[in-house]
Write a new protein. Structure first.
Length: 272
């Protein structure tokens, strides 16, 4: 486990120029990397549900106004229209941002919650990390391969009512922090995403039934005090692979997470 360095405060000009550079770099990669990006959509659903999951739309977060949560729902409503029904054929790559495009006001996106260097702020299209988190979590329960994913560098909210392991999501920022998933199987997959009154719901479907099931879990979870005085959180994400007889056939390492904690550790329910 490597120590986490103290966060560096960067000036706004450097952040602006850095964002411009990495966005241009991503545009260039999209058109020169030789990947076949998924773009076909089908309204008819593929027959077999491989994995499904849902997350609550409105959560009361400490020191976060609820209007940001309601605006997040508006943004999710727009975003899912671009992703619902996307077909991922063998050899194709799903790119979260190539399909969504920029989250501009002209598309109807409104101000929502954005986590910027560990602090809650607002920005047009804010809240879409809930969607990338959902897709990443579902993908870990399929044979599809996550080829690009960025972990959250800050752990902003305590574990109250958290049902998934720490570090099992995927942060996103247009367009350089992307979530990319490759279909290196022989089956065709379809992403189905929709909202109910209370939840964001997702499904990975396929044209053939699943032959394996997956159990995602964490190992070596710890919280440490760093040399510069702050606290950090660490773990490793693994998954157990079972055949249809529920016999364990593999235990795979997925990723390692290290994040700076933005709240005091070891407090029950995150309350101070």
């Amino acid at each position: 486990m490597m120590p986490i360095k103290q966060p560096i405060k960067r000036n706004q000009l450097r952040i602006y120029l850095g964002t411009k550079y990495y966005r241009l770099k991503r545009y260039w990669e999209w058109y020169t990397d030789g990947k076949s990006y998924a773009k076909q959509k089908e309204t008819a659903k593929l027959k077999h549900v491989i994995f499904t999951h849902k997350t609550v739309l409105l959560r009361q977060l400490k020191d976060v106004d609820m209007w940001l949560q309601h605006n997040k729902v508006k943004n999710l409503t727009i975003a899912v229209k671009s992703l619902n029904g996307i077909i991922l054929k063998p050899g194709e790559t799903f790119s979260y941002w190539k399909l969504l495009g920029n989250t501009s006001k002209s598309k109807g996106y409104v101000d929502g919650m954005i986590l910027h260097y560990g602090k809650v702020t607002t920005g047009t299209g804010g809240g879409l990390c809930q969607l990338s988190n959902l897709i990443y979590w579902m993908t870990l329960h399929t044979p599809l391969s996550v080829t690009e994913r960025y972990r959250h560098s800050y752990d902003v909210f305590p574990d109250s009512k958290r049902s998934q392991p720490f570090g099992s999501g995927a942060t996103c920022a247009y367009n350089y922090l992307d979530l990319q998933i490759e279909n290196d199987t022989n089956a065709t997959y379809q992403l189905v995403i929709y909202l109910t009154d209370t939840h964001l719901v997702g499904e990975w479907r396929a044209n053939v039934p699943l032959t394996r099931t997956y159990e995602v879990y964490e190992k070596e979870h710890s919280m440490t005090q760093e040399y510069w005085g702050g606290y950090a959180r660490h773990n490793k994400i693994h998954r157990k692979v079972y055949n249809l007889n529920q016999e364990l056939i593999d235990d795979e390492y997925i990723t390692e997470n290290n994040a700076i904690m933005m709240y005091e550790p070891f407090l029950p329910d995150g309350n101070s």
